[in-house]
Every structure is written in structure tokens, then in C-alpha cells.
Design a protein around this ligand. Structure first.
Ligand SMILES: Nc1ncnc2c1ncn2[C@@H]1O[C@H](COP(=O)(O)OP(=O)(O)OP(=O)(O)O)[C@@H](O)[C@H]1O
Length: 339
């Protein structure tokens, strides 16, 4: 029977599902709202994200993957099962083959556990692919060729830097700094400077609207709302793009350090290729204004942002599904030879 194989980008911020023959068919935040009275999952994805910070005491919104690791396995597994069932409208004609990309920091136990969750959701075969490899494939880098390609995937919880050649990762570094950490830095900056407490969603909004890594044309300011820590009352303040750039400088310097370290570990022949072809940015963090300029200035390399950076990892899993006979060797755990 015809089976619709799927590729899953199980990210700390977003989960995307690619279906063979259809492309990306689901994009949902990796968020679950749990009713603590009976430990049941009440909402997942977009619905759950909407209720973050607004739930009554008994319903808690959790992000089961945090800082690039699986913080709560059972909830991750339930979320994965709900997403898989959702894309098949709860009716699988035939059991699908699944390729999952998980944050690279996860342990062997977590890796096996994620596979188990996919099996429970009805998968026939489950393979894992390394995140930077999937990102590079999704960004159309020539990963299988004898040339060095450098990818920097900046997600919600982690930033993964890798140099890939001949289908393998030659040098890599992963840091637990991604878009979430940028949001936290904004919260801390505003708290310290203005004694104002803002929520995670407001911080992300500020980052997307006026955040930057490098000066840009049309710099501006934004009116934000929070709770004054002195008198506990709601308050408005005006914040400028310059201040936000200052707030983001520290976490961004950690990403820059990871890029420098990876470049230092890269064999000279491949370094020469990177000078020629540049560094490719993927992941939602790549959308931060001026990030390419900053990395280019600090490394002296040309930097390109992939088209649709948020989709690269899911597209990468999809390309492997589409061309499994040729690309099977890029899966990190397909030792059987029988995909
Ligand atoms: N326009 C934008 N400017 C800056 N950051 C953005 C923008 N759009 C999205 N982001 C950030 O991108 C991050 C999510 O990226 P992505 O979906 O690639 O992460 P993920 O794959 O779920 O995480 P990970 O790779 O760590 O598992 C969030 O932190 C989000 O705030």
C-alpha cells in the first residue's frame, strides 16, 4: 500500500513535518499545555503557545525541548505522536517511514526514546539525521562533494556550526545559545535598566521588530508594556534598536566564538573552499537583522542567509526521503543498509 513517508524537524522552538510528494505540511511551535490535575495534554502547538503566561494555575504551558535538550521526555513523546497523527488525519493507510532531526546535544537514551515515540505513533522505520547535516542539505549545499561547506544553524535553543565535506561532518561546534537566549538577554537588559519585567513573548516580539546584530538603515524604537518592579503596576516604556543591539551583544559573541573555533579546526584545504563559497546561515535566528554582516565583519568570510531559513532542516529531511538510495549514508544511524 502507498505510504506517505515523512521527515520531522523536532526543534526546541518549532516542529515541522515534511511529507514526501507534498513538501512541508505542518509548522507548529514545540509547545504543550498540560493540565496538572490529571497530567493530561490539553493543547499542543499554536494553541498551546497562545496560552503561555495566561493559563489558570492548573494548566501549565511547557516547552518539552529546552536549550537543545529534551527536558521532558514523556511530553515530547506525546507531542510528537499528536503531530504525526494530525498530519495523517488520524488515519494512516500504511505505516510511514520517518526521518527525524533532533537537537545534536541529545543523549543516546533520548535519541532512542524519540525513535520509540515515533514507532508508537505508527512509524514503520525511524532514522535520525544530525541537525547541521539536514540544515546544509535543506540549504542546497553540496554536502556529498569533495568541497568544504560551512553551515551555521541558529535555532531556538542551540546554534550548530559545522563544516561538511564528502557526506560527513569534518569539524563542528554546538553552543546552547539560540533565539531563546536572545529573548532572555532582552528581558534581563530591560529589567536591569528600567526595572520593568516583560514576558517571553514580548521579548521575542521586540527582537523580531527592532532587534539587530549590526547597525541598519531605518533604526527605530518601540513602545513596550510590562510590570514595574518597584510598584508592581503595568507600565509603558520606549526602547530603541540601539539598546536592543547592546542587549544582544553577549549571546551573539558566543555564536561568533563557535564559528571561529570551528574555522580553526577546519583542515586548510577545506578552509580555502569556505573562503570561496562563504558561510551559509540557516534556522530562525538567521533572520535577525544584520547577523550576516556581523559574522562577515568578524570572520572576513562572505556570509549568505539561506532562502527560508526556518524551513531548511525540514527540507533537508525531505530531500533525503526523496533520494533515499543516494543519500542514505547521510543518516547518522542507518547502519543496517536496509532503510
Ligand atoms: N525575524 C526573526 N528575527 C530574529 N529571530 C527570529 C525571527 N524569526 C524567528 N526567529 C527566532 O528563531 C528561533 C526559532 O528558530 P527555529 O525554528 O529554526 O528553531 P528550532 O529548530 O526549533 O530550534 P533548535 O534548532 O534549537 O532545535 C526563535 O528563537 C525565534 O524567535
Amino acid at each position: 500500500m502507498f505510504s506517505k513517508d515523512i521527515g520531522i524537524d523536532l526543534g526546541t522552538a518549532n516542529t515541522l513535518i515534511f511529507m514526501k510528494g507534498k513538501g512541508i505540511i505542518m509548522r507548529e511551535p514545540s509547545v504543550v499545555a498540560v493540565d496538572t490535575r490529571n497530567d493530561t495534554v490539553r493543547y499542543v502547538g499554536k494553541e498551546a503557545k497562545e496560552v503561555i503566561g495566561r493559563t489558570p494555575g492548573s494548566i501549565v504551558a511547557v516547552r518539552p525541548l529546552k536549550d537543545g535538550v529534551i527536558a521532558d521526555f514523556d511530553i515530547t513523546a506525546s507531542m510528537l505522536q499528536i503531530f504525526i497523527k494530525k498530519v495523517f488525519n488520524n488515519s494512516m493507510l500504511a505505516r510511514p517511514r520517518v526521518i527525524i532531526c533532533i537537537p545534536s546535544g541529545v543523549t543516546e537514551v533520548e535519541r532512542r526514546a524519540v525513535k520509540e515515540a515515533a514507532f508508537k505513533a505508527g512509524a514503520k522505520h525511524v532514522s535520525i539525521i544530525e541537525e547541521p547535516m539536514a540544515a546544509a542539505i535543506g540549504a542546497n549545499l553540496p554536502v556529498a562533494e569533495a568541497t568544504g561547506s560551512m553551515v551555521v544553524d541558529i535555532g531556538g535553543g542551540t546554534s550548530e556550526v559545522a563544516v561538511i565535506s564528502l557526506g560527513g561532518i569534518v569539524a563542528a561546534k554546538s553552543v546552547r545559545v539560540g533565539g531563546d537566549e536572545l529573548d532572555v538577554s532582552i528581558i534581563q537588559y530591560i529589567k536591569k535598566k528600567y526595572n520593568l519585567l516583560i514576558g517571553e513573548r514580548t521579548a521575542e516580539d521586540i527582537k523580531i521588530q527592532i532587534g539587530s546584530a549590526y547597525p541598519y538603515e531605518g533604526e527605530g524604537s518601540m513602545n513596550i508594556k510590562g510590570r514595574d518592579l518597584m510598584d508592581g503596576l503595568p507600565k509603558n516604556i520606549e526602547i530603541t534598536s540601539l539598546e536592543i543591539r547592546e542587549a544582544l551583544a553577549d549571546p551573539l559573541s558566543m555564536v561568533l566564538d563557535a564559528i571561529r573555533t570551528t574555522l580553526e579546526r577546519t583542515p586548510p584545504e577545506l578552509s580555502a573552499d569556505i573562503i570561496d563559497h562563504g558561510i551559509t546561515l540557516t534556522g530562525g535566528g538567521a533572520l535577525l537583522r544584520g547577523l550576516g554582516e556581523l559574522i562577515s565583519k568578524e570572520t572576513g568570510m562572505p556570509v549568505y542567509t539561506a532562502e527560508n531559513p526556518l524551513d531548511c532542516v525540514a527540507m533537508g529531511t525531505g530531500k533525503v526521503l526523496d533520494d533515499i538510495d543516494r543519500l542514505r549514508e547521510l543518516l547518522s544511524d542507518d547502519t543496517s543498509g536496509k532503510y
